[in-house]
Ligand binder design. Structure first.
Ligand code: HAM
Length: 443
């Protein structure tokens, strides 16, 4: 290493914001692989990619997530822009996609039904950071619009399972529940109020407010004070209308036929207000999560949201997958990938040779191969050492003789074989040269 770097002490002036992460190249390569494998599954299910803004009006997220949700009460990254508009960084993907669906009239007759889209990207929630929980995190999500069929709910769950299996995550636990239709919700709302009201003073302060505004949220309370009361609360399954019960039964029947094992968790409500009918979570426990069970993928049906956003009465269903959690699982199963070998290293033994190296490097890259050369004025020995460290297949040496003769000395590292070829061969037909040297050398 150059002494300049060894001698000088550095002080970090800026640190990344709490709850964010730098994804460095080796990890980014693993992210790329996971994304590519996910895209492959989406292709089979006929999902197309949608990219929507990372920020939208605060109202859009607030109204869809719900006033009493943690996202809105505690976690929104909101700000007034220079034009005085109240904006927020997206805390989740569904609201933006539903907005885009309505604004672009994707319900029109020219579009397929169901209309299926997927997205990948960062989301922002002001949460207390811990393993698998960040303030900037990433989701891979899907939304399917235009069908009320319980078969689509089952297909969406199957898609989530396929996605996780395809990236090598197994040992999943699937929990499902139903929040029924509006009639179910009204009846259940009354039942919860009747149940909790006599115990008002035993509830946490947050849940006392929830009882007023949205009693269903009490079931999702993380406060230990609420837990004993929540455990004995009435079950929504006892308040389903016949239509809601039939929908849920049809989802369960379809999952059975698909051999997807699940448990029904009647206490599951999910943290967002837009859900109705089927909701689901896919969980797994792992040493990467401190042996705790964490939800990696979660979603459900949200009939009515498109209408709430000013569109027609089009139902929807989807899920979001937490990519950081997924990557912890993936990285636990497989070691970081070893970097691909370098095709060519060009060792330049003079300043003039350096310029020629740059020209040859460009031609070789144009031919589709990886090339590196020296930019630190290393001596010949240092350059050859670098070539070895980078696992170069071919080393081209450029010294005064090579420049005078306009010829490159090329060494095939695996065999030690060395040849001289004119520069014009390197720039004109590197593919042939590489095939002769490396592919022949491999045989
Ligand atoms: P969600 O349950 O809020 O649903 O988030 C989905 C997943 O994102 C979670 O299960 C978790 O894996 C991950 N996640 C959430 N918050 C964090 C965080 N702070 N750090 C790391 N990962 C996190 C939604 O967002 C819905 N939009 C899903 C959906 C789509 N429903 C219908 N369509």
């Amino acid at each position: 290493m150059c002494f300049l770097f060894r001698e000088r002490k550095t002080t970090v002036k800026y640190q990344k914001p709490k709850g964010t992460a730098d994804i460095l190249p080796a990890a980014a390569e693993q992210w790329d692989t996971v994304e590519a494998k996910s895209r492959e599954v989406f292709r089979r299910y006929r999902y197309g990619e949608i990219r929507v803004p990372l920020f939208e009006s605060y109202d859009l997220y607030a109204r869809s997530s719900g006033d009493t949700s943690d996202i809105v009460t505690k976690e929104m990254y909101d700000f007034d822009d220079k034009g005085g508009r109240h904006m927020a960084l997206r805390p989740e993907g569904t609201a933006g996609v539903v907005r885009a669906y309505v604004e672009n009239k994707l319900y029109g007759p020219e579009y397929p039904k169901p209309y299926r889209v997927y997205y990948m990207g960062p989301m922002f929630r002001y949460e207390r950071p811990q393993s698998g929980r960040q303030r900037e995190f990433h989701q891979i999500g899907v939304e399917a619009f235009g069908s009320e069929s319980p078969l689509l709910d089952a297909e969406t769950i199957q898609l989530g399972v396929d996605l996780l299996h395809n990236v090598g995550v197994h040992g999943l636990r699937i929990a499902i529940n139903t929040l029924g239709d509006p009639e179910t919700r009204t009846a259940y709302h009354h039942a919860l109020v009747d149940y909790f009201k006599p115990h008002l003073s035993e509830l946490s302060a947050d849940s006392q407010v929830r009882l007023e505004k949205n009693p269903l949220r009490i079931l999702d309370s993380k406060d230990p004070q609420d837990k004993p009361l929540v455990a004995d609360a009435p079950s929504i399954l006892d308040y389903l209308t016949p239509a809601a019960a039939a929908h849920f039964q049809a989802v369960k029947d379809a999952l059975d036929q698909l051999h997807i094992a699940y448990t029904v968790d009647h206490t599951m409500v999910r943290g967002l207000d837009y859900y109705n009918h089927t909701i689901f979570e896919i969980m797994t426990s792992s040493p990467a999560f401190g042996n705790k069970e964490l939800t990696v993928l979660a979603g459900g049906r949200y009939d009515g949201l498109v209408e709430q956003f000013g569109g027609p009465a089009v139902p929807g269903v989807g899920f979001g997958l937490g990519v950081e959690r997924l990557m912890l699982l993936v990285q636990e199963n497989e070691p970081a990938p070893t970097p691909a070998p370098l095709n060519v290293y060009i060792a330049a033994l003079s300043e003039k040779a350096g310029i020629q190296a740059l020209v040859l490097a460009h031609a070789i890259r144009e031919a589709g191969y990886t090339v590196d050369m020296d930019f630190l004025n290393r001596k010949a020995k240092g350059q050859f050492k670098t070539a070895n460290r980078e696992n170069a297949q071919l080393v081209i040496t450029l010294g005064d003789d090579e420049l005078a003769n306009q010829q490159a000395s090329i060494k095939q590292m695996a065999t030690g074989k060395q040849i001289q070829v004119p520069f014009t061969t390197v720039t004109g037909d590197f593919q042939r040269l590489y095939a002769d040297l490396v592919e022949e050398g491999n045989n």
